[in-house]
Write a protein that binds this ligand. Structure first.
Ligand code: ATP
Ligand code: ZN
Length: 222
């Protein structure tokens, strides 16, 4: 909880694609932030909420560990942490927010023929989403495929000879195309999620009031 401060804490990405759309949502909710984004916290003026500004990758663990009451994070990051068993027993509740949409895709060199998941059998797949990739491979019954964890430049892994395929976030496909790769499968469709709770007492009241504002913004978009 909100120990000591009496203010709800919500973790959001400090800087990046998700941050841009998150700050836009808060603005549309009629909320303004007091501090510069250089600090760890920004205060919401209109509600008792402190915004914790962090790397998106840290948000699921901060919320699951109770350091933050709420968080806004991509489903890709949240589900990878969950599938990897890193959230422990306190897996937070989830509400889809409808923005920061992207796909997690398996891609292959253009010259490879691909018709079905079994074609990936025995391949080494470069990814920063090993848990989501391995879960999908298992669900599809792909035999002998393994993941190679890379934290960037996945799209060059096949040319480097360190992997046969890639599993990464795709938006337009331009990066894949430029590296001689094509999408074989979409394994996860992601959007931003509001995560956190269940909360009690005053913290729950504030979180409910925030959710009402978010729902208002969502309705006005539909
Ligand atoms: P950080 O410094 O916080 O770790 P990052 O480099 O991991 O930042 P960004 O590139 O800002 O992250 O992307 C954050 C999230 O935005 C992604 O995890 C994903 O949920 C979402 N997203 C939406 N569209 C895209 C896209 N086209 N490419 C990558 N991520 C996207
Ligand atoms: Zn990140």
């Amino acid at each position: 909880g909100e120990a000591g401060t009496g203010r709800l804490r919500m973790a959001v990405q400090k800087k990046g694609r998700l941050a841009d759309e998150t700050f836009d949502l808060l603005k549309r909710c009629g909320l303004s932030l007091s501090q510069s984004k250089n600090r760890l916290y920004a205060r919401v003026q209109e509600m008792p909420i402190d915004i914790l500004l962090v790397r998106d990758d840290d948000i699921p663990a901060l919320v699951a560990g109770g350091a933050s009451d709420l968080g806004i994070v991509g489903g890709n990051v949240f589900e990878e942490e969950r599938a990897g068993g890193r959230l422990g027993s306190r897996v937070p509740l989830v509400k889809p927010l409808g923005f920061s949409k992207c796909r997690l895709c398996i891609a292959l060199p253009k010259e490879d023929t691909y018709s079905q998941p079994a074609d990936l059998g025995g391949m080494r797949i470069a990814t920063s989403y090993p848990a989501l990739t391995e879960d999908w491979l298992e669900r599809e019954g792909v035999k002998g495929a393994t993941t190679v964890v890379m934290n960037g430049a996945h799209e060059i892994a096949p040319r480097l000879g360190v992997a046969d395929a890639v599993c990464d976030i795709v938006s337009t496909g331009g990066t894949l195309d430029a590296n001689g790769l094509k999408v074989a499968e979409t394994i996860y469709r992601s959007e931003a999620l509001l995560i956190g709770g269940p909360l009690e007492g005053e913290a729950k009241k504030v979180a409910d009031a925030l959710q009402l504002r978010i729902e208002g913004v969502q309705r006005s978009r539909d």
